[in-house]
Design a protein around this ligand. Structure first.
Ligand code: NAD
Length: 485
């Protein structure tokens, strides 16, 4: 029997208006599940349930909220295999990847924000006054209210819990709209919340689409105080327009066109392995992936050959096969988009040093949305393939001669999410870290995450920071109280 993913409102699953939409398994192109499509009335019901839950939840001592969130983490781990299967059926990614990254991070997000919320205080300023008695200024944190959580499909559970955990820890209630491509783990989490003892209405899930659908209705809803969004820059711009009428608080984690810079003094093997990982992990569908690689000229040819060899070693195919190291793209439409860039690159004179096409796979994976991991050289810096986010397993490699040139190349363009530097010259690494116009910099690593650190992008890559206390700040109003002594 086909899997069903339902809405989760006020602590119970429901079918909403009765309409459904299909959820495809990207590894095979076969429908994996039917998903209940929320109506506008369902969105209203979810927001009302969240509002109703708020007074008691915000009054619940933070230690008790943290205890419940730790139980949610335990609950994810207790049903690890179920989350794993759901995530893989939605994304087609290899089991090994989801087992190592997506599901453990889903649980870890609840633990870290439970701990951080319990330890969080506010500042106190002692103020001098004319009469000498002075005044005290202290901060009070209060939850925002109902927070709308809008998520993408690339790391569904990881990115959802990254927002839900701090929001709940700080006493907010949430209405989540997972991506229409990946509704499964958000829906499963409802049951885990209920079993853990999170009160009904604190966590709600509504499934559906973005424009003129569930996403837009949630953003526009007058009783939703804030929106936390991860997704494409264009979508962020649309959300900003909708949210502007009520001047809602917004946190945006948007697109990227990230650079990796490899100097000739880098540990060569480590840099090749690192850039292969940063270009191809999750089929290149991580906002942090490197799609532009700049390599110092003396090692350029050798580096390109080694990176291309790494790309050719990746094995697309069955998610459950431990030999599989490359998953599919998320949808037929996304594959069309990525293949459009493959064609545009050829037309613009790129040389595909690896890949460039579609892999030949046996059934049922011939129906999946796979593309070959691809390494290009020879494109002009102004070409669309070098300036626009592709979000596939692909990078363009170009040579540079001087540090300043590498910096200017990396800083070019509209995005500013992250950069990875590969060098053994520590002074240079620090110098570049100061000058790069991005929110996150890795030196001799990539995607090495400490969840307490600020995370977010500059320019068109985002607004605000999440992570650690930055998340806790976003999900609270701070009131200043001035006491004349
Ligand atoms: P997307 O913007 O197409 O969709 C994201 C979510 O927004 C979905 O749930 C979608 O239904 C919803 N949505 C779409 N239009 C909407 C509207 N008008 N109003 C309200 N909601 C709307 O993004 P995607 O394709 O799911 O994800 C890939 C993108 O996400 C890439 O651009 C990637 O760089 C970005 N991303 C960024 C980060 C980060 O931390 N910066 C992390 C992961 C992904």
């Amino acid at each position: 029997m086909r899997q069903q993913w339902r809405l989760f409102i006020a602590g119970a699953y429901s079918d909403g208006g009765g309409e459904t939409f299909p959820d495809y398994n990207p590894a095979t192109g076969v429908v994996a599940a039917e998903v209940a499509l929320a109506t506008r009335a369902d969105v209203d019901r979810a927001v009302a349930a969240a509002n109703k839950a708020l007074p008691a939840w915000r009054k619940t001592p933070v230690a008790e909220r943290a205890r419940l969130l730790r139980r949610v983490a335990d609950g994810i781990e207790a049903r690890f295999d179920e989350f794993l299967r759901a995530e893989v059926a939605d994304t087609g990614k290899p089991y090994g990847l989801a087992r190592a990254l997506d599901v453990p991070r889903g649980a870890a997000n609840f633990r870290i924000f439970a701990d951080l919320a319990v330890g969080l205080g506010t500042e106190c300023f002692e103020t001098h006054t004319e009469d000498g008695a002075g005044a005290l200024n202290y901060g009070l944190r209060r939850p925002l209210g109902v927070v709308g959580v809008i998520c993408p499909w690339n790391l569904p559970l990881l990115l959802l819990t990254w927002k839900v955990a701090p929001a709940l820890a700080m006493g907010n209630a949430v209405v989540v709209k997972p991506s229409e491509e990946t509704p499964a783990t958000a829906a499963l989490l409802g049951e885990v919340m209920a079993t853990a003892g999170v009160p009904p209405g604190v966590y709600n899930v509504v499934h559906g689409f973005g424009p003129e659908s569930v996403g837009e209705w949630l953003v526009a809803h007058p009783d939703v105080a804030a929106i936390t969004f991860t997704g494409e820059t264009r979508t962020g711009q649309a959300i900003m327009r909708t949210a502007a009428t009520r001047a809602k608080r917004l946190s945006f984690e948007l697109g990227g066109k990230n650079a990796a810079i490899v100097f000739a003094d880098a540990d060569f093997e480590r840099a090749v392995a690192g850039v292969a990982r940063s270009s191809f992990l999750n089929g290149g569908q991580v906002c942090l992936c490197s799609e532009r690689v700049y390599v110092e000229r003396p090692i350029f040819e050798r580096f390109v050959a080694a990176l291309a060899a790494e790309a050719r070693r990746l094995r697309p195919g069955a998610p459950e096969d431990s030999a599989t190291t490359l998953g599919p793209l998320i949808s037929a439409a996304h594959r069309e988009k990525v293949l459009g860039y493959y064609a545009a690159a050829r037309a613009a004179g790129a040389e595909a040093r690896a890949g460039g096409g579609v892999p030949d796979l046996p059934p049922p994976y011939d129906g999946g949305y796979f593309v070959e991991p691809t390494v290009w050289t020879g494109l002009p810096e102004q070409s669309a393939c070098v300036t626009e986010e592709i979000f596939g397993p692909v990078c363009h490699v170009a040579p540079f001669d001087e540090e300043e040139e590498a910096l200017a190349l990396a800083n070019a363009g509209d995005y500013g999410l992250c950069a990875a530097l590969w060098t053994s010259d520590l002074a240079r690494a620090h110098r570049l870290a100061q000058a790069l116009e991005v929110g996150v910099i890795w030196i001799n690593s990539w995607f090495l995450r400490d969840l307490r650190t600020p995370f977010g992008g500059m320019k068109l890559s985002g607004v605000g920071r999440e992570g650690g206390r930055y998340s806790l700040d976003f999900y609270t109003e701070i009131k200043n109280v001035c006491v004349k002594l």
